[in-house]
Design a protein. Sequence first.
Lengths: 281, 260
Amino acid sequence: MRRSASRAVIMADQWPRCVREMKGVILDMCGVLYDSGEGGGVPIEGSVEAVRRLKSSDLQLRFCTNETQATREKFVGKLKRMGFDIDVREVFSPAPAVVAILKERCLRPHLLVHDDLLPEFDSVDKFNSNCVVIGDAADNFSYQNMNTAFQILISLEKPLLFSMGRGRYYKETDGLKLDVGVYMKALEYACDLEADVVGKPAPMFFQSVLNDMGLQPHEVLMIGDDLVNDVGGAQRCGMKGLQVRTGKYRPSDERDPTVTADGYVDNLACAVDTILKYRCV
Amino acid sequence: MASRRALKAVLIDLSGTLHIEDVAVPGAQEALARLRCAQVAVKFVTNTTKECKRTLLERLQRLSFDIEEREIFTSLTAARNLLEHKEVRPLLLVEDSALEDFAGIETSEPNAVVIGLAPDHFNYEMLNRAFRLIIDGAPLIAIHKARYYKRKDGLALGPGPFVTGLEYSTDTKAIVVGKPEKTFFLEALRDLNCSPEEAVMIGDDARDDVGGAQNTGMLGILVKTGKYRAGDEDKINPPPHLTCENFPEAVSHILQHLIS
C-alpha cells in the first residue's frame, strides 16, 4: 500500500510496541468509521467489525468527534443503522461541551450552525445574544448568515466567538468539503479576534474524555484521519496518535512539517488487527 | 518636517473618501477642484471590486466630480494584468458587474481562482469549488483583503475574511493585487514619473489605504468618513501622517503644508 515516506515506515513498525501498556482507545468517527455524504454516508470497509472487536477486548473505548451537523442522539442513531455498536454515552462531541460553557458563564449565543444541531441548544437562552457560536453549518454558511454573525460580533464591546472545532475540510462521498475552521478564520480576521475552540484539538476536550475513562494520557491511543486535530491534538495531551489512510487523509500528511503521527495505518481494521495481535503476544 | 519632500502626486481613495454609495462627501467636489489648481498629479485608486472602471466613472461624474477614466486605477485592473502575465484561466468570484473588466479572458476549465467582493458567490457550494481548485494547485488571487466595508445598513463583510478562510483551508497564501500591497501603489504611480516619497495617499481605511501607502514610502492621510471607526488611527504603526475629519480638510492640509 501507499507508504510514501521512509520515516513513516519506521514509525509504523515502532508504534505497536507501546500497545501493551495501553488501557484505552479513542476513535475519531467521520473518516475512520464511515465516509459521510448524501443519505448519511457509508461505513468504511472493516470498521463495523473493528469496533466490535475493540469492544470485546479489555480496552476501554470512547468516540470523539467534531461532528456538529446533527444532535448527538441523531448522529449515534445513524451510526447504529450502519451497523456500529455505539452508545450515546460513549460519544463526545462539541455541542454539549459548548452548552455547558455557555450555562456556566451565563452567555446567550447567536448560533451559526446546521439546522439539525439546533435542538442541542434548546435549553440555552438565546435572547439578546452576547456571543457567537459556530459549527459545521454547511449550506447555512451563506454570505448573509456570515454577515449577521459578523455584525453581532463587531457590535459587542468584547467580541466572543466559540468555534466547535477548527477543521479545514472533510471528505464526503462526492468530494472534499470546507469545514468550520475556515469560517472561524474568516470571522477571526474580520473582527480581529481569536476564537475559543471547543472540540478537537482543544486540550480541555480531550481531557474530558480521559476523565470519563479514568485513564492517564500515556495509557490511551487516539486514532483519526485528521493529522492536525486528531493526531496532533492527542499528542499535545500526552497521548499516542495514529493516522488512518482513509477519510480526508492525503499522502502529503506523512511529510507534514508540523505533526508526525506515531504511526500510519491503512484503515481502522488494520489498526485493530495490529493492536489486538500485539496485546496477545 | 512637512516640507522635507516636494509633493508630486496625490492618490485618492474613492468609496468612503469622496463618496459613500451614491452620496458625495460634503465639499469633496470643490476640494478636488482646489487640489487640481496646484502643481500635483492626481490619481484615484480603489479596491472597489464590484464595479468596473466605466461604472465607477459614471457614478463620480453623476456626483459632479471632475475625473477622467485614465486617472482611475483599480484592483480589478491589477488582477487582470496578473492573469495575463501568468497565462491562467480563472474561476472568477466577482460580481457580474465587474466582469466587463475581464472581457476576453478565457475562463473554461479554470486553473486559478480570482476572488473579489462577491456576496452572491460567497455561498458554501461556490467556496467549495474554489477550495477544490486551490488544493489541487490553482493559484488564489485576491483582489484585496479588506475585512469589511460600510453599507447604508451598516458594516458588511469584505472579501478578506473569505480569502483568509480559503488560505487556511489549503495552507496557501493568496497573491493580493489590491491595496495595501506595495505593487499596487507602485503600479498606480508608474505613469506619473513620481517616487513614493513624492506622493501622498488619502483614504478612510487605516490599514489598506494609509498603512499600505506608508509601507511603500508615501505619506498617508486618514479621513474620518466612510468605514472609519474611532481609534482606527491607533491600529497602524507608524501612525498616519495625519488624521482629519474629511477629504476637504485633507486637501487643505496638503495645500498649506505639503506644497510649497
